[in-house]
Design a binder for this molecule. Sequence first.
Ligand code: GLV
Ligand code: MG
Length: 324
Amino acid sequence: MSFTVHDQAPARLNRSEQAVPGSNARFIEKAAQGNADVVFLDLEDAVAPDEKENARKNIIAALNDLDWSGKTVSLRINGLDTHYMYRDLVEVLEGAPGKLDLVMVPKVGTAADIYTVDCLITQIEAATKAPKRIGLEAIIETALGMANIDAIAAASPRMESLHFGVADYAASTKAATTGIGGPNPAYGVLTDPAEDGHRDYHWGDMWHYAIARMVVAARAHGLRPLDGPFGDIQDAEGYKAQARRARVLGCEGKWAIHPSQTDLANDLFTPSEAEVAKAKAILDAMDEAKKAGRGAVTLDGRLIDIASIKQAEVMVHKAAQIAG
Ligand code: GLV
Ligand code: MG
């Protein structure tokens, strides 16, 4: 263990993060009654330029009037390269002081972007005597943001999570794809011919590097890594496969850009009974090993050692957090 120890972000449940356009008051009301762990009220890309002002008003009303208990509520502001961003913060934070848990910053390119937002929030919180300190979520969705990801993760003690914004990231890296998340048939490997000449084509995961890189940066700085949107809202199986890959790599949860994806995410990012039972068997076996003065033992024919305790604890702690 290094002497460099980063504080862990507050332990919020973040299996699902539901996106709701601020321009649609009815969708916001439904989200407040829904099952998402985190709801982000969007002022950015799901809201047309002419709707921005109206969306701010809807969001202020929803924060003040609706019951958000049991949920974490976030606000996705517009990017720092727009003229909307400062008003998003000033109007919503002044109009509903102490109501937001998080602010989500899109298209973060440098640590200074986070500094800027932190500075504004700090001033508004002081001026409004806000009873709650807002945390920050950063969407990594540009080549610049990915290049600066470690500095962004470390940019402020308010930072809580990093999110992979696959659509903007694809655009920024000029990837030859127009889907939002999921695999692309052109990203595959053709095997060499077998003796009978047969060749297999295996689809690959074109997002592997980006998600794995984000998980490393997030975990190194005590933040939650989150997988972003999956655009094909009819394709529950595709969503589930993408979410499983993200979870296996270390993500805490995934966005739901349609309410039907919220329960899928909650379910997929909850350890199964079998996973928890296996993790507990590892802890029991290592307990016995410790009593016998051994550092490693075999369980079901496989070697386990002290690192296995830490792996098993991840599973058991997550299950306990969800159970409340
Ligand atoms: C999310 O904001 C994305 O661009 O995918
Ligand atoms: Mg985006």
